[in-house]
Structure formats: C-alpha cells, structure tokens
Design a protein around this ligand. Sequence first.
Ligand code: NAI
Length: 709
Amino acid sequence: MSTLVRLSKDKASDIAIITIDNRPVNALSPGVPEGIANAIEEINNDPSVNAAVLIGSGRTFVAGADIKEFEKITSGRTRGAGLLPLLLSIEDCRKPIVMAIHGAAFGGGLELAMAGHYRVASGDAEVGQPEVKLGLIPGAAGTQRLPRLAGVAKTLEMCTDGKPVAAAEAFRLGIIDRLIEGDLLAGAVAFAREVAGRPIPRTRERSEKLGMAEENAAIIAAARETVWKKQRGLKAPLAAIEAVEAATKLSFAEGCEVERRLFTECLFSDQSKALIHVFFGEREVAKIPDVPKDTPVKPIRSVAVVGSGTMGGGIAMVFANAGIPVLLKEVDQPALDQGVAKIRKNYASSVQRGRLTQKFVDERLALITPTLSYDNFADADMVVEAVFEGMALKKQVFLDLDRVCKPGAVLASNTSTLSIDEIAGVTSRPESVIGTHFFSPANIMRLLEIVRGKKTSREVIATCMQLSKKLGKIGVLVGNCRGFVGNRMFGPYRREAQFLIEEGAEVEAVDNALVEFGMAMGPLATGDLAGLDVGWRIRKEYRHLEKPGVRQPIAEDRLCEMGRYGQKTLAGWYRYDDQRHAATDPEVDGLVRKWTEEAGILQRKIATSEMIDRCIYAMVNEGARILEEGYALRAVDIDVIYLNGYGFPAYRGGPMWYANTVGLKNVYDRVCEFYREHGELWEPAPLLKRLAEANQTFGELGMEHVVNA
Ligand code: NAI
C-alpha cells in the first residue's frame, strides 16, 4: 500500500476507511491515485467489507491536482495517465463509497468526490472547479459528472468563473448528499452503514438534471455571452462551456472524450502556461534570498497614516479592514473632514452593492481615529506617510515622525517617485524607513510594492512582506530607483502611446489595440483616469534632467496647459459626461494634428501590430534594465507587479513572460528596428541583447540579483 493512502477498518463494523495523507493539501500527486486504486481493489475483494469512506487527513479533503505535474506533461517529462480510469473504477466498485469532505474539494478533488457513490461534508467544506484560473478545464470528467449532480446552469457557472461553492449551497444543489455536524469521519461511517447493501447509484448513469435541449441552448448561449463580456480574451472558459455542452448532447463516454481533447488543448496553450507561471510566481515573490523565512518580524498591532487624501484614506481602510486600529492625521479640519467623508462614502457604496455588511463597516469605521496632531503616534507600531508628492514636505514629515514615534516603529512612505534613501536620510533611524507603495484605489488594488532603501533592515522588510499578506495584498520587494519597478516601466509604455498619436494614430485606435492585446484599459484612458496633471507636474520638476535633443511627447503637456487633466476635469484625451463615460473628442484630434505639424512630425498610417509592439516592448526593454540593475529580484517579480497593479492580462503571464513567449530574439530584433527609426530612447537593454543572442529567456536568469543589498 502506498504511504500516501491508507486503508483501515472501522473498529466495530464492516466499513473500510481510505485515508489520503499527502499533506499539506492532499494533492493528487503521483502515488495518490495508485494508492486509491489499490484500496478499491482490496475493498472489492474483501468479503468482510460492505461499504467504504474516503477521507483526507489533516486540514482538507483533496484540494486539487498537483500543478507541478501539469508542467511535467507539457515539457514532455511525463505523459500523465489522467484520472479517468481510476474514477471509473471507483464508480464501478461493488461496495458503496462515501466521500467525506472537509476543507476543500477543488478541481481533481471534486472530480474524485463525484466518482464516489455518495458525498457527505462538514459545514465548513467548499467544493469547486477552479481549473479555469490556470487556463484549464476540468480534465477528469468534471464537466460531465457535475451537470448530472448540480444541473447545467450551475455547472457552467462553476467551470467558467472557478469560484468555490460552500457546503450548504453544494448540499442544496445536490453535489453533497448530507451535511455532517460533529465528527466528520464518524458521521460518514454512520452514513456508509445506512447505505451498505442498497443499490449503488452512479453519477455517470444519471441524466435527470441534464435538462432539455431548448432550455440548454439558451443557458449555454447566455454563458458564452457572459464570458465574452467578463473574461475577454480567455480561452479556457469557452472550452469549459463546450465540454459541458457535450455533456448535454452526447453519452458520458463521448462527453469525456470531448473534455479530454479540450483539456489537452488548454494544457498545451500559451494561456495556461502563462497562468501556471503566475500561480507559482505569486508564491515565488515572497522569497527574498537575503531575508530568509525565519527573519524576525515586528508585530503590527496599531498604525498611523499621515494624509487622508486619495491614497491615505484608502490605506486607512486597508488597515481597518484587516482589524488593525488606525490613527489618520491631516493638516486641518476641512481636509480631515473631507478625507473621512470619502472613507464613509466608499464603505457606504460597498454596503449598497452588498459586498460588505453594515455591521462590518461600523466595526471598521470605529477602528479609524481622525486626528490633527501627532498625539498618540508614539503608540503606533508603524506609520504610513501619504502626503503630497514633494521632497521638502516628505522630509519635514519624516523629521516629525523621527521625533514622535517610538524606537523600532516602521516608518513607511507611500511615495511613487521620490528616493526612499533621501527621505530616510533626514531621520536618525534609516534602518526603520521603507517604501510601501500602494496602488489606487488602495483598498481595492492587490499590489504593494515594498521599496527597500540602502539601509532598510531585514527585519523591517520581513515585517512589511508578512504584513502585505495580512492586508490581503501581494507584496513585491523592489529597489529604490526612480518610479521603482511598476511606474518606471509604465513611463516608456505611455510615452510610446503618445508618440504613436503624434505620428498619426487616433487616440481610440491606440487604446483599442492595447485593450485587444488584453490590457484592462488603454494607455491614454489610463492617463485620463489617473490624472494627466500628475505626470505633467513630475515632468516639470525633472525637466532639468532631460537630455537635450531627445524626443519628448508634446501633446499631453499641451492638454494639461489647457486645463484638460483627464476625468477629473471631464476632459483629457477623451471627453467625459458627468457619469464619466468617455467619448472621442474631435477637438483633441484636430489640436494634435496642428501641434505635430508645427513640430514637423511626419504623419503616417500605423498598423495595430506596431502600436502593440511599440508600447509593450518599450516596457519590456525597461524591465530588462531594471533586472540587470538589480531593482527587481526576478523577472517573475516584474510580471506579478504588472498583473496586480497595472491591468496586464494574466493569460499573457506579465510583460517579461510575454516577451519570453514571443522569443527574446524576436523582441530584440524589433527593439533594434525601433532604435534605428526612433533613436536613443530605444537603445536595447544590454541584458535583452545578451539573452537574445544566447537564445535564453528572462526566466533562466536565476536569483543572483538582490535588490540594493
Ligand atoms: P492627495 O493630494 O490626494 O492627498 C494628500 C493629502 O495629504 C492631502 O489631503 C493633504 O492635506 C495631506 N497633507 C499634506 N501635508 C500633510 C501633513 N503634513 N500632515 C498630514 N497631512 C498632510 O495625494 P495622494 O494622491 O493621496 O498622494 C499621496 C502620496 O501617495 C503621494 O506621495 C503620491 O505620489 C503617492 N501615490 C499616489 C497615487 C495616486 O494614484 N494618487 C498612487 C500611489 C502613490
């Protein structure tokens, strides 16, 4: 018997117990299916056994397939037998098998459970088919058995959005036969005893929930419509729908064949490889070579936030949502009132949309204490500064913090462009100073860039990395360069979008090209949303650093000079109505043509492919520099930043992964072409050149770079 699966017998009865013990999550790694198969065979052959229970040891049932196995299959290291034969043998067992579910039965776990004759679950259990999140569909008859238990509409929903379903709902749907209160194993054994000797129900032989053809046609069409709208560009949800549709039209065996074909197509697709890269990447970013896992962390039990503007207010909500009390400081009463009112409004709209309960909101609001002074700052374990972006002001605030905060408190700045080292330099404790760069809206966006200064202590870094998880964020450590990682790469991306317009492309055409590529929003619409004046102010401050003779975009500054700051002034690259719906503005087009004519910029017709390559490769080229300079630890860190903070499509794996899939040689050649046409802004990053020539990828770079260490 495999060590991962145990077969035992309930002391007082004729019920066998199969226990899967493959911690932490009982994934279906090699050895587990074989162990289950052996157990089933023994049960079939043992006349003293009348029924069996299959249960997971530890904290969960089977939380899914072993994702590492997928990589082995696509890289040709194993063929992967698939679970189908095992599941059929379970279903064909001559004694009833009761699946006892606690924790999660996800993906392969739910497929396994559905092959059993009955399913019982504890109240906290969840079931689901989340394969779509990895660009896959269920591959072991999930799309065929689930509609037979839960009906077509619910199956379509579960297989396309991938969200888990709680035990109570699963019971109502018919996925679970009984909810067990108290000890799950004891309840499952009692259930098994009840059903022993009865005729054995097999999921695959059922059809009463498969519905009628006409009804199904409408349900399936509606599901496709939803996917087109909400999961633009993704192939797996459409494949899942096709497989479920097959369940409604074909026999179980034929349906399984359709599912197998679609599953294999998905598994070998670029989208799935990218999403699996993202899955592992989001775990990888927590690893920092010189800040090992056992680095001590400081407890963060109370915090203070300075500034209650756009970011400060959102950041206060983030802490309150995690149950951490927050002092929120402003300069004067009107600003404070405004900040608090905005927080209340944000919470109220979440209640209205049914996302939060009034009780939850009241508790969170009670955790936020508005203030105009530094009184009580001495109690804070951490302070996050979010005042206006200006070095002199930031320095003043940090001088104050140095004076009022207790020794050892973490002093964080939310600056998006200023040097953490320079800010830290005014304090007597630069080791406590760090950047925590939240993204707007802070209470929603998952990304947190954690900016390491030269002197930031390992303890403070470890504390912020751990805190990011507690706050429901994904923390990525970056170095202290201008714009850090995300904004530093976003600069060239937006610059090229503007150049394209100044060379003759239409605003909407450029935005559409990038939306078609998969970006959540086009680069110009994004500018309007963030406020064109933000960049304009920064450019004015750094104008003295610009190299003479190097091309700079002209139109955006001119729009700002006209007071067109974007959505906030209802005019920017687009025009907006008071609901902030965008419309193209012919005036902008006319003005841009006039300005570019005056500047002598040649107008031409530009292909969509050039629009995409110019914007995305400008970003990748800068990413390569960042990697080489050591401001990001790994290419995947950059990818994770872009997926969680900049609306880069997850199914393309992030900008660096995307470049790998295009082939770095191809990317490099194109960058060289743009370099010849457009000059020095396109100078290829040395790392890109080296990797392209060696026929390597960014992923093969290893971990030799340590940010700022
Ligand atoms: P904001 O202008 O909305 O808010 C700044 C607030 O700070 C104002 O309410 C102001 O009254 C207050 N303030 C100024 N001096 C203060 C002091 N001495 N004590 C207490 N409060 C003071 O600015 P926003 O957009 O919230 O930006 C704050 C910081 O976050 C900046 O460093 C910015 O670069 C950064 N950031 C902004 C993002 C955005 O999308 N707006 C995104 C990420 C970072």
